[in-house]
Design a protein. Structure first.
Length: 150
């Protein structure tokens, strides 16, 4: 039995975040979903994509532990701000995995190792600071893929 393949970038990202009905997700639906609040389970889903045993990256590296459990216990979605940040981190994690051919070890090394073009900070630290930080890490990944020395 073959596994379903995402039809669009939106459905690919929705699948990466563990969202239900990812197969039919289009760009606008994903935008609405992020704006209305992602499920708290998306946080654990993206962490498990890069570090299934949470040895190097844990849920509380992305969202404060107390906040995570408070939202989870109340069965509420993440706030719009938290959802946007988790979506931005999902893009960083997904792109890093893609560039490292799904090699989690290499992905984690890249994300956790201080980088000179990021002021000696790790890509994960920069990406989790803000959406602008995540965009900067994506730009760095784009430059690496284009063959520009980074």
């Amino acid at each position: 039995m073959s596994q379903a393949v995402p039809k669009s970038e939106a459905s690919r990202m929705a699948q990466f975040m563990g969202l239900k009905q990812w197969q039919t997700m289009d760009d606008l639906t994903l935008v609405r979903r992020v704006a209305s609040g992602l499920p708290v389970s998306a946080v654990r889903s993206i962490v498990h994509r890069i570090d299934p045993n949470e040895m190097s990256v844990r849920v509380d590296d992305l969202i404060p532990k107390a906040t995570y459990y408070r939202i989870k216990n109340r069965r509420k979605p993440l706030s719009k701000h938290q959802s946007e940040k988790i979506f931005a981190l999902s893009k960083v994690f997904s792109e890093t995995l893609r560039q490292y051919q799904d090699d989690r070890e290499s992905t984690l090394l890249f994300l956790l190792r201080p980088h000179p073009l990021l002021g000696g900070r790790s890509p994960l630290a920069v990406a989790r600071d803000s959406i602008a930080g995540a965009d900067l890490v994506l730009k760095l990944l784009d430059q690496a893929e284009a063959g520009i020395v980074v």
